[in-house]
Design a protein around this ligand. Structure first.
Ligand code: ADP
Ligand code: ZN
Length: 232
């Protein structure tokens, strides 16, 4: 039987969550569920959710919890996410969302919550040079652009600066991170799920750190499951 893997990655704006979550989703063959990417796609398509979300996003405010939880519920309950698992990127973003997620999944079914740690002075530098594919959300930077003229290597989409990567919206998002999202670190630590990983350094090296820590947790889980099986 394949083991289902369910992960959350927390970290402030520019910590490298998106990049690392894509790597994790490829490594473990699980779904990458990024609420920011889903919302940006909805804005671009002009769906009902998108029309409502756009105003909040441009200012760096959070979208109402009930809208976001609905998106997450839909995505986690089908396809690869349902069959093999997922890594959540940008969700939950406050304690209320974490509680709603517990209702959706039961707390035991989460394998690990990663806190990807990067100092604020470094994330500010990273965000200033950040560019993203408007279609698939792949992240680039002015120092590491796509191979051809701001065309996404992954999907051929246009690579641009995000509408909310303005100074005011970044500051608002970082403030909200401190106020709303940081308390989740204590929340998940109390649940015994938290692993803290430094997000400083090359992409590949950070990725290896993450995979080593997650593999360790998954091995413990396998041992636990087989021990439980022996008892029966
Ligand atoms: P960043 O981490 O740089 O803020 P994201 O792509 O994760 O970027 O999110 C972009 C925006 O999408 C947020 O500023 C917010 O408006 C909205 N958003 C994303 N995820 C959530 C969420 N879980 N709850 C509420 N709003 C969200
Ligand atoms: Zn792309």
């Amino acid at each position: 039987m394949t083991q289902i893997i369910r992960l959350i990655v927390l970290g402030k704006q520019g910590a490298g969550k998106g990049t690392q979550c894509i790597r994790l989703s490829r490594h473990y063959v699980i779904e990458h569920i990024a609420t920011g990417d889903m919302l940006r796609a909805a804005v671009k398509l002009g769906t009902k959710v998108g029309l409502e979300a756009a105003e909040y996003m441009e200012k760096g405010e959070l979208i109402p919890d009930d809208i976001v939880i609905r998106l997450v519920q839909e995505r986690t309950s089908t396809g690869i996410a349902h069959e093999r698992g997922f890594v959540l990127d940008g969700f939950p973003r406050n304690v209320h969302q974490a509680e709603m997620l517990d209702d959706l999944l039961t707390p035991e079914s989460l394998d690990a919550v990663v806190d990807l740690r990067v100092p604020t002075n470094l994330v500010l530098k990273r965000i200033a040079s950040r560019r993203v594919c408007a279609d698939c959300g792949t992240t680039y930077s002015t120092a590491k652009p796509p191979r051809v003229d701001w065309i996404c290597d992954n999907c051929g989409g246009e690579v641009v600066q995000r509408d909310d990567d303005t100074e005011a919206a970044i500051q608002r998002r970082l403030d909200l991170y401190e106020k709303e999202t940081k308390p989740l670190i204590a929340f998940y630590r109390e649940h015994g799920k938290l692993i803290e990983i430094s997000g400083v350094g090359q992409e590949e090296i950070v990725s290896r750190r993450l995979i080593m820590a997650i593999d360790k947790i998954l091995r413990q889980k396998t041992t636990r499951i087989s021990a439980d099986g022996d008892n029966k």
